[in-house]
Each structure stands twice: as structure tokens, then as C-alpha cells.
Unconditional design. Structure first.
Length: 386
């Protein structure tokens, strides 16, 4: 490989939200990677730092063009500059969109188990969560479309937040599934907000479908995009929302401006343009490395810890571990593993009650770190069984 993903970088005492805990802990929970970002990004940021002045910034056309070219080239998703709005992050965008397009006590639909901060952003804005629970057959997940339509048809349901690809289960929704979702939202006058932040983190040979590519009528759809997960630059805040409908675009633009979510910084501009224009091969090699990590986990669990089952993953750097045979609530199990072996993951119950038999593991790390984590998991589970 041209790029180095094996070197372990010491992230302790760097004000890392993920790492600055007890020195004995191995954090494999929060959604950032333990790899250095692409060297091309680091190099361009170094140049910008040497300039020495970091005042207020304007967003150049090149910034939006970088997004447009990337999604056209990699995902056959056609966008125009006039359809894109800058925002400091996907979650701030979703928070603003919720406040603009829904009213207090209205219901927002989630497909659970799903990213835990979706619950928080809905509840913190005094809206109600309504769940379309995904169907788990012991191996894979699928959508309960009968239940989905029933809940979208409720007049109090005014918005759906889609996770595409889906965190935490690592599922890539196919074109037919996305088309049905989009049509149902249109049929029942429900805004569809699609979080597609994980779209470039897919297994080699796999491809995600932008939900907007599945339907002609898009006036009820908003897509949230960002380079931050893919290039490990979450601390350099960058995202866009894509809105095809002009009236809806203007409403969200005003809301983002009003809530000061549209203020860009100089490092965001440099990092984003460089990422999309110069770092495609880095992403390809990253995806291959993460896929190899998935194979390591799969083999390890089958040979060393068969009581824990791996849910097949097509995308993201998270793995969804089925711990149902252990017969312990996920929060309690996660605490036990942490106390016993110093491994810190995320309890599945945080992603919805139907996730309570699971743990989420972040494998975006060097192989040596991954093996350390797996051996800690084995140690804790074996001691639990004793």
C-alpha cells in the first residue's frame, strides 16, 4: 500500500474526546479513526498555517465544485452549486432542519437501531421519536415496510430521518428500498432527511445509492453530506446540505444563517477541497484496510469467541456485535467489559431498545490495536462465563 494505516499514533493527552480517559482503557467507541488523515490534506493544511493569518473566510466556488465532482465521479449523483448550502456539520444541519420544518410535539420517524444522536436531536427540540424497527432475522436486517407506511401515514408524523448507509448495522440500502421509502414519504407529505455521511466508507466492490437518485420528485428530500468521516477530519467542521427545491432551499438557508451554522473557517476550505480533489486513492486504500479488519474480527470471533456473532457489514467502520447469547443488558455488559479488560464500546441500547442485545465496535484502527481490543473482549467474556 502507498499509504500507512499500520502505525499506531498516540492520541492520549491531545484533548481527544475518544482517547483522553484512563491510560488503561482502549476506546473503540466514538466515530473517528485512529489513522492519520491523508498526507495530502496534512501538507495543504501546513501550507495554510504558514500563512499565519486566520481571519474570517469566504467560501470559494472551488469548495462546492469539489463536492459536485466527487459525488458525480464516485456516485453518479448530479448536483449544482445553487443546490448546496454549507453547514458546520451534519448534526447541526439536522437540528436546524428539524426546527424549520417541524413543530413541537410532532413525530419524527427513525429506523432503529440507529445512530443515537438522532434521538437526542429530536427530543432536545421537543419533538417525538417514532420508531420503525428494523427486522433482524439473526443474521441480517431488513425494513418492515408495512409498519413504515402505517407510521408515515399518521398525520402527526411530519419527518423521517434516513441513515444511508445505516449506522450502526453497516447496511447499504439498495435502490428499490430507497425508492419505496422516498415514495412513501412523498405520499404522506413527510419530509425525508437523508444522512449520507458514511457513504464513502464501503467495502471494496460495494456502492451506495444516493436516495435522491431513486426518484424524480425530490421537493420533500434533503440530503446531508460531508467529508469528515471519510477523511478523519471531524474536528475540522465541514458539511453541506443538498436541496433540489428552491423554496425549501431558501428556508433552510435562512435557518442556517440565523443559527450561525453557516460560518466557514479557513481550515475547512483547505481540507475539504484537498480531500475531494486529491485523496481518492487514499480512500480506496482505507476501505481495503477497514475491510481486512472486518475479516480479522469475523475470523477471531468464529475461532476464539463464538458466543459473540458478527452482523455482516457492507459499510462504515463500525461493527455490530450480536451478544444475545450472553443474556446481559448491553449497558451492563459494556461496563463489565470495560472494568474487566479496559475495552470501551457503545451499548446497543443507545441505538434503540431493539439494540439491547448488541455492542457497537469501532475498527478504524491499526491491526495491532484491533487485535488488542479483540483479546480484551475475549478476556472479559471468558471471565464472565466463569
Amino acid at each position: 500500500m502507498k499509504y500507512d494505516f499500520d502505525t499506531i499514533i498516540n492520541r492520549r493527552n491531545t484533548n481527544s474526546h475518544k482517547w483522553d480517559y484512563q491510560d488503561t482503557q482502549l476506546p473503540m467507541w466514538l466515530g473517528d479513526m485512529d489513522f492519520k488523515t491523508a498526507p495530502e490534506i496534512i501538507q495543504e493544511l501546513d501550507k495554510r498555517v504558514q500563512h499565519g493569518i486566520f481571519g474570517y473566510a469566504l467560501i470559494p466556488d472551488d469548495f462546492f465544485q469539489a463536492y459536485i465532482n466527487w459525488w458525480d465521479r464516485r456516485h453518479d449523483f448530479k448536483m449544482e452549486k445553487e443546490e448546496l448550502l454549507f453547514s458546520i456539520g451534519v448534526m447541526p444541519s439536522i437540528a436546524s432542519i428539524i426546527r424549520e420544518l417541524t413543530k413541537e410535539n410532532e413525530s419524527i420517524l427513525l429506523q432503529t437501531p440507529v445512530y443515537n444522536y438522532f434521538f437526542k436531536v429530536i427530543q432536545n427540540n421537543n419533538r417525538k421519536v417514532i420508531e420503525n424497527e428494523l427486522i433482524y432475522d439473526g443474521i441480517n436486517y431488513s425494513i418492515d415496510f408495512k409498519d413504515l407506511e402505517e407510521k408515515l401515514s399518521d398525520e402527526n408524523t411530519t419527518m423521517m430521518i434516513l441513515c444511508n448507509p445505516h449506522n450502526p448495522i453497516g447496511k447499504i440500502w439498495n435502490k428499490e428500498e430507497l425508492e419505496r421509502i422516498a415514495h412513501l414519504c412523498k405520499k404522506y407529505d413527510v419530509f425525508l432527511i437523508s444522512d449520507e455521511i458514511h457513504c464513502d466508507l464501503v467495502n471494496p466492490g460495494n456502492y451506495y445509492t444516493p436516495v435522491e437518485n431513486t426518484v424524480n420528485e425530490k421537493d420533500h428530500i434533503i440530503t446531508c453530506l460531508a467529508p469528515t468521516k471519510t477523511f478523519n477530519i471531524a474536528g475540522i467542521q465541514s458539511s453541506v446540505v443538498h436541496i433540489n427545491d428552491k423554496e425549501l432551499y431558501e428556508r433552510i438557508q435562512s435557518r442556517l444563517d440565523f443559527e450561525y451554522s453557516s460560518q466557514v473557517n479557513v481550515f475547512t476550505i483547505v481540507a475539504t477541497i484537498t480531500a475531494f480533489n486529491e485523496c481518492e486513492e487514499w480512500v480506496n486504500q482505507l476501505n481495503e484496510y477497514i475491510y481486512q479488519n472486518k475479516l480479522i474480527v469475523d475470523e477471531f470471533l468464529k475461532k476464539e469467541l463464538p458466543i459473540v456473532k458478527l452482523v455482516p457489514s457492507e459499510a462504515t467502520y463500525f461493527l455490530w456485535l450480536d451478544c444475545s447469547e450472553i443474556k446481559m443488558p448491553s449497558k451492563q455488559l459494556n461496563e463489565y467489559i470495560n472494568e474487566t479488560a479496559g475495552l470501551f464500546m457503545v451499548p446497543g441500547v443507545y441505538f434503540g431498545e431493539n439494540g439491547d442485545n448488541f455492542l457497537r465496535l469501532n475498527i478504524a484502527c491499526p491491526k495491532d490495536t484491533l487485535l488488542d481490543g479483540l483479546n480484551r473482549l475475549k478476556k472479559a467474556i471468558n471471565s464472565l462465563n466463569k
